[in-house]
Design a protein around this ligand. Structure first.
Ligand code: ADP
Ligand code: MG
Length: 496
């Protein structure tokens, strides 16, 4: 939805009726000395700086492809870490047995069990539970966080019944999906490089996260074993590949963002000739760290400076769910302060970082009513803001500007990976059906964002080629994917 952008103030001393916090009508006088104050210049500047037309997207996609290549040559060669996943064998459909998965993502952790029945029966049963992670644990100690997770896992495993069965004497095995940057050292071990997405748990960076979980499980008296440590993108790719052999790339657009893809081992110089029988492996790009050529604004720079990881994860901070709402809030605050967007005073709550979340701006953009009723009530409920219709229209414009930039840049990232694979395979990717498995609450829920992602991919690839590229939403595929990888790396006999 596009509206023109002028929210002029009401004339001096105009009378308006607004709601009180308890809902009853209240009369307020908007007294202003300067009736010509307007948010229009701020909005115009914002739109100009956030614009991501085709040449900008092209530039971002090409720079990211070049950065991927640099990261494959040597660790630290580029901004993208291009981490080896040690997943060299993709799911085949032959997997059998009971496996668990544990997914530590951002806002939640999920536990899941799946009973796999081989080619014919495939997934016979699954069950999962989701637990939200208390804020204080996201900034607490490593032991506290992993104990909390192990306790949740223990409770979940106690409820195993019905279609789920484990042969006698066999230990339960877990695929551990851990969606933070890890330097993987084998399929079942990896060192945490750093926390992202608002986590800053002390004691974990530099440690093997599998050991952290194993120790916590021991403390809880829980007899389970992690047989695969996988990034959520890798789990998503594995889960989607189980059903569809054309899956080559997986992307997460949720609280944070990341992508992985199937790479030829010949194309990874830093492997120094170490090869698996398949000749292929999954590379976890950690693309959230990218920063080159992005259209950024003062609001992005201020948000970054105030973040717990300044200077890092700039692409993630521009395109992912944790940050979109916060960027919008910062713009609205400036508009309130300098353009009197919400009248005479600046709503106090609007100064609180992260008070406006991405689901809020999503809800506002889904408001197609004439008076933008839902925009008004969201602003009121979230930030205590009284808004005129004109102000609401400006708010929508701001949301759209930030979300359009995010979605389009995410599309450029997808194309950067596809064109990397295509260049290396002499056109074997764009000439046939190729599937990008997509997961994450942002992509799933935010219609406009999703549309901008698709538009950017189509613009960059052209209509003909983009017909071959299928972006497939695979909700929670990473859980089953991790369980499938646990099966592939089981220490027990596969056919029982
Ligand atoms: P995680 O990245 O923590 O694994 P998800 O993939 O479930 O989590 O995505 C959750 C994120 O998706 C939220 O942090 C939020 O940014 C975004 N999100 C969730 N619901 C909505 C919504 N209704 N509209 C827009 N974004 C949403
Ligand atoms: Mg996730």
């Amino acid at each position: 939805m596009f509206v023109t952008a002028t929210a002029m103030l009401p004339a001096v001393g105009s009378l308006c009726i607004s709601r009180t916090p308890r809902g009853g009508p209240r009369f307020t006088m908007a007294v202003r000395s300067n009736v010509n104050v307007s948010v229009a210049p701020i909005l115009t500047k914002l739109q100009k700086e956030c614009a991501a037309p085709l040449p900008v997207l092209r530039n971002v996609a090409d720079a990211m492809t070049a950065d991927m290549r640099a990261g494959l040559v040597v660790d630290g060669g580029g901004e993208l870490k291009m981490i080896l996943s040690y997943v060299d064998a993709l799911p085949t459909g032959n997997e059998r047995g009971l496996f668990y998965a544990l997914d530590l993502g951002g806002t939640n952790f999920r536990v899941l069990r799946v009973q796999l029945g081989g080619q014919e029966e495939r997934v016979q049963a699954t069950e999962f539970e989701q637990v939200s992670i208390p804020q204080e644990l996201m900034r607490g100690t490593s032991e506290e966080l992993f104990d909390f997770i192990a306790t949740g896992l223990a409770k979940f495993s106690e409820k195993e019944a019905g279609k789920f069965h484990l042969p006698r004497g066999r230990q339960r095995e877990i695929g551990f999906t851990f969606s933070f940057p890890v330097k993987q050292t084998s399929i079942d071990s990896g060192i945490l490089i750093k926390w992202t997405k608002g986590f800053s748990v002390s004691g974990t960076p530099g440690k093997d996260v599998v050991a952290c979980l194993n120790e916590a499980m021991e403390r809880q008296g829980l007899d389970m074993r992690v047989s695969a440590l996988v990034n959520d993108t890798v789990g998503t790719l594995a889960g989607a590949r189980y059903w569809d052999e054309d899956v080559m790339v997986a992307v997460i657009l949720g609280t944070g963002t990341n992508a992985c893809y199937v790479e030829q081992m010949d194309a990874i110089p830093k492997l120094q000739g170490n090869k698996s029988p398949s000749g292929r492996t999954i590379i976890n790009t950690e693309w959230g760290a990218f920063s080159k050529g992005l259209p950024l604004t003062e609001f992005d720079r201020d948000m970054d400076a105030a973040s717990i990881n300044p200077g890092e994860q700039i692409y993630e901070k521009t395109i992912s769910g944790m940050y979109l709402g916060e960027i919008v809030r910062r713009v609205l605050l400036k508009m309130a302060e300098e353009g009197a967007l919400f009248g005479n005073s600046v709503p106090e709550k609007l100064s609180m970082p992260f008070v406006l979340r991405t689901p809020h701006i999503c809800a506002m953009q889904q408001d197609y009513s004439e008076d933008l009723q839902a925009v008004g009530s969201t602003l009121y409920d979230v930030a205590g803001v009284e808004s005129s219709l004109k102000a609401r229209k400006v708010v929508i414009e701001v949301c759209d500007t930030i979300v359009k930039r995010g979605g389009r840049l995410a599309g450029a990232g997808i194309v950067s990976i596809l064109q990397k694979i295509d260049e290396d395979s002499n056109g074997a990717i764009f000439g046939k059906r190729t599937v990008v498995a997509m997961d994450g609450g942002l992509y799933e829920n935010y219609t406009q964002y999703r549309r901008y992602v698709h538009e950017a991919v189509t613009e960059l690839l052209g209509t003909e080629i983009s017909k071959n590229v299928v972006i497939e939403h695979t909700k929670d595929g990473s859980g089953i994917g991790a369980a499938l990888l646990a099966s592939a790396n089981s220490k027990f006999d596969h056919d029982y």
